[in-house]
Design a binder for this molecule. Structure first.
Ligand code: ADP
Ligand code: MG
Ligand code: MG
Length: 884
């Protein structure tokens, strides 16, 4: 017996079910499931994705048995629906619809009303007594078939329709008569004959074969290919084909068609959100031909249908346990469901729906946690306008991309980049944006356009960047020449402050204060659940008290990396740093360091205070000293004058510090070895700050981290020095503190000899930025020149600086953890490279048995969720900080 290529659904019975989406596609599997659930679905059958793959592997041949199975199943459909396919007296019409494993909205093709020809259309007229409807359906069919199967562009048909409308002086399709449509059918067929040299196929069986082939082929149309690339969908999946008996929403005022989400896809509110059109078919709703009505009005127009629809939504949600996106059609007051799938939603909606479904008892906490894409949370972590601020709205545009932005108006992308370079916050104001503006959009806080809609370039790109955008603010007049815009008599010039609210579309003059986003409501709850489940700790990389505050608000359990070099750049500081660097001898170097000491102490004091007893890992100075010196002649001259030394001497010093390869040069622990005073000053500052807080009654947990160690002796020397200074300070202050000394593992050698390193290290923190650089021998700052080609050519699958290279760098981490713990079983191990905020890398860290990840403060919630998902996917053997 031939393989089963066709799966039937109809009248409460179906060969398929929801679990068979690989074989039947999402649409087919869900049509089968809805049928089984007793929901009214027009009968039909699904041709499997395997048939599609066969078609591709065999030059467009159908597999043996497919043709017979199609007609057998058609007979079953006829028996249920009445009428017969191709019967002039009582014709059955069908739709032919594509449907892959995952939904690819609008990417592939659908043909409606198939089975019509000059004879069967008469049967349809007799059956419905409605010639207008019959010819409207007929012309839709010829149009779609002409477009999808025969390749005559849709727009050419539309042009013919417009001609007729113009001649009759009408505006809407619904105003055209039976005769108009009949005339158009003839015009369409003539057009097809002219373009293809072939008459339009009359035989319904030939029509069906052609349509099925066209749907198979649509899997490889350029739109679908592009969509698959963007969403990493494999080419070999193929599409299923659904052949389904037609139901008609265009039969008159008691018919219609619509789409609905069972909850609000923007906010997540548990309230049905939908739109419909009376007397319309298929895609009229989304095509924007007429403005659809909100679903609520159906409650008055057809109360029974409305009630039935609400009941179905409830059942679908409780079956699929997720928010559904549905298509329905009402034929003469009778409701039919045509599609259901898990609906796409914003991050805000995703969180709210998941949390409320737990509270409603529909799903459990783990399911809720698994349902949210960690990276998507980024959308919720941007500052918003202070609700307490008094604002005056100048005008409103479309809320194209949420969030808030405050900045000074600039009018070209180049200006945006130049101003941002100088440290200015800007808002890019354009009539509309184009691809050349990308750089400026990236540099801006937000984007404001006077033209374009929710799907304009500005809107789409801004949403992709997670950047606030107000688009199509039609009341503003942008004058790019004069670099200003006007609105209701108000003139905003280049450099003037404006504020945008991307969630409401408000454009506001001046600077509105922003507030940090909060983890409140559903979001807060979701984070609590994540904390109950995860075993991996989450810390933040924070160099300032402000960063530390943000990190704590987002739930960081400590600081995993506090870099001290940023502290050297502030007002009055860089001067002392430079003095220290150019100092001719140890004495004068110590004098300069003494100036830095109180400043460093102040920094650490503030950060410890904010972290209120949580661990803080401070990395001692890391970058090459050269980075702190000026490089241009003029600046060197100025500095020499300030410092009272000769320009030549300073220039010579700068020159002498230049390195061929600073990344592998005189930096990290190597500075500590050659200039021990620098690290000693830092350690002194750390412990003085800590002692002061201890005396004020606050707990402090300092962790001193030595960077770039690759040789045990390096660490030993620095450890001894650290202990000596720390003990001196504590003895002097009369305070005893718990503290730890550890190292970054970022030189491959350190990972390889981790057992020896661990003798003197109480903790390891994998510095995966440097570890990746040194493992690959790729300089991160220069990799931009070749990495994109590596990825394009498939030599590397992903950028190893974004997602941890499991095969290489990851193996070094595993080795380091294992050897380190062999020496010191209670060794605390974390990661502080940028990978600490990347969900896939976090999963790896969980599996490798790390104690914590440390990431940018704004990624802390993302890391908390990713860590929970890792724990759910694979419960850890090592119980970390939090166990369930
Ligand atoms: P897409 O995957 O692009 O949404 P669909 O296959 O769902 O394409 O169909 C396009 C439109 O045609 C939808 O509005 C759908 O509801 C409608 N449609 C499809 N099949 C039928 C049918 N048998 N009867 C009535 N309308 C249909
Ligand atoms: Mg659809
Ligand atoms: Mg490093």
């Amino acid at each position: 017996m031939a393989q089963k290529w066709v799966y039937f659904f109809g009248n409460g019975q179906a060969d398929g079910e929801a679990g068979m989406r690989e074989l039947l596609g999402g649409k087919g599997a869900n049509l089968a499931e809805m049928t089984r659930l007793g929901i009214p679905v027009p009968a039909g059958f699904t041709i499997t994705t395997e048939a599609c793959t066969f078609y591709y592997q065999n030059n467009g041949q159908w597999p043996e048995g497919l043709e017979e199975q199609v007609w057998e199943n058609m007979a079953k459909v006829e028996a249920i629906m009445g009428g017969r396919f191709g019967d002039p007296a009582d014709p059955l019409l069908v739709s032919v619809r594509s449907g892959a494993r995952v939904s690819m909205p609008g990417m592939m093709d659908t043909i409606l009303n198939l089975g019509l020809n000059d004879e069967t259309v008469q049967g349809l007229i007799r059956k419905t007594n409605n010639p207008r409807f019959a010819y409207d359906s007929y012309r839709r069919f010829v149009q779609m078939y002409g477009d999808v199967v025969l390749g005559v562009p849709r727009a050419d048909f539309e042009r013919l329709i417009d001609e007729v409308k113009e001649r009759k002086g009408v505006h809407y399709d619904t105003e055209l008569s039976a005769d108009d449509w009949k005339y158009l059918v003839e015009r369409f067929k003539a057009l097809i004959q002219e373009r293809t040299g072939q008459p339009f196929p009359n035989d319904p069986r030939e029509q069906l074969r052609g349509a099925i082939n066209a749907v198979f082929r649509s899997w490889n149309n350029p739109r679908a290919i592009r969509y698959r690339q963007l969403h990493e969908i494999p080419d070999w999946w193929g599409t299923a084909v659904n052949v389904q008996s037609m139901v008609f929403g265009n039969l008159g005022d008691t018919s219609g068609t619509g789409v609905a989400f069972t909850r609000d896809p923007a906010t997540g509110e548990n309230k049905v959100f939908g739109e419909y059109l009376i007397n319309a078919q298929g895609e009229d709703v989304v095509a924007g031909i007429r403005t659809p009505q909100p679903l609520e009005t159906l409650a008055q127009q057809m109360p029974e249908v409305y009630q039935q629809l609400m009941d179905i939504f409830k059942r679908l949600e409780s079956y699929y346990k997720d928010m559904q996106d549905c298509e329905f059609t009402i034929q003469d007051g009778r409701l039919f469901m045509l599609q259901t799938r898990n609906g796409k939603r914003t991050a805000q909606a995703a969180v709210r729906i998941a949390v409320e479904m737990v509270q409603e008892g529909v799903i459990d906490k783990k399911t809720a946690l698994m349902r949210i894409e960690p990276a998507q949370l980024d959308q919720l972590l941007h500052p918003t306008l202070d609700p307490k601020a008094k604002i005056e709205v100048l005008t409103k545009g479309l809320p194209a991309s949420p969030g808030a932005a405050v900045g000074r108006a600039v009018f070209t992308a180049e200006d945006a980049e130049a101003w941002a370079e100088r440290g200015e916050k800007v808002i890019l104001v354009r009539a509309e944006t184009s691809p050349e503006d990308i750089g400026g959009m990236h540099a801006a806080q937000g984007i404001l356009t006077s033209r374009g809609g929710m799907t304009s370039h500005a809107a789409v790109v801004a949403r992709g960047m997670g950047k606030c955008c107000v688009a199509g603010a039609g009341e503003i007049l942008v004058d790019e020449e004069r670099k200003q815009f006007t609105c209701k008599g108000v003139v905003i010039r280049e450099g003037d402050w404006i504020t945008l609210n991307g969630s409401t579309g408000d454009v506001i003059v001046g600077q509105v204060p922003l507030v940090e986003p909060e983890l409140s409501g559903s979001f807060g709850l979701l984070m609590e659940w994540a904390d109950e489940i995860r075993t991996l700790g989450v810390r933040a990389n924070a160099d300032t008290p402000q960063d530390a505050r943000v990190a704590r608000n987002f739930g960081a359990q400590g600081i995993g990396l506090c870099r001290t070099e940023h502290m050297f750049f502030g007002e009055g500081r860089i001067q002392a740093v430079r003095e220290m660097i150019v100092a001719p001898d140890e004495e004068s170097r110590k004098r300069a360091l003494a100036k830095l000491l109180p400043m460093q102490r102040g920094d650490f004091y503030e950060i410890f205070k904010v972290m209120a007893g949580l661990p803080v890992t401070i990395r001692l100075l890391d970058p090459p000293l050269h980075e702190f010196l000026p490089h241009e002649q003029e600046q060197i001259a100025a500095l020499a004058r300030e410092m009272g030394i000769s320009e030549e001497a300073l220039a010579a010093k700068v020159e002498s510090l230049k390195e061929f390869n600073p990344m592998l040069g005189h930096r990290g622990v190597r500075l500590g070895i050659t200039f021990p005073e620098i690290y000693e000053m830092q350690v002194q500052a750390i412990f003085e700050a800590a002692c002061q807080l201890a005396k004020e009654g606050q707990q402090v947990v300092p962790e001193v981290m030595i960077p770039l160690v690759g040789i045990p002796g390096e660490l030993k020397a620095m450890k001894d020095a650290t202990i000596r200074v720390a003990e001196q300070v504590m003895a002097r202050e009369g305070v005893r503190l718990e503290y730890k000394i550890g190292t970054m593992i970022e030189v491959p050698r350190a990972a390889v000899i981790a057992d020896e390193i661990a003798k003197d290290a109480e903790f390891f923190s994998f510095g995966t930025n440097d570890l990746t650089q040194m493992t690959f021998g790729f300089s991160r700052d220069d990799a931009g020149k070749f990495l994109p080609s590596y990825i394009e050519k498939g030599i590397l699958e992903k950028d190893p600086f974004q997602t941890l290279d499991k095969g290489g760098v990851g193996q070094l981490i595993k080795l380091g953890v294992e050897k380190g713990r062999r020496t010191r079983p209670d060794l605390k191990v974390g990661i502080c490279g940028e990978h600490g905020g990347d969900p896939e890398s976090i999963k790896f860290c969980h599996e490798a048995g790390l104690d914590y990840v440390s990431c940018s403060p704004y990624r802390v919630p993302i890391a908390r969720l990713a860590a929970a998902q890792a724990a759910i996917a694979r419960p850890g053997e090592r119980a970390g900080f939090a166990t369930v």
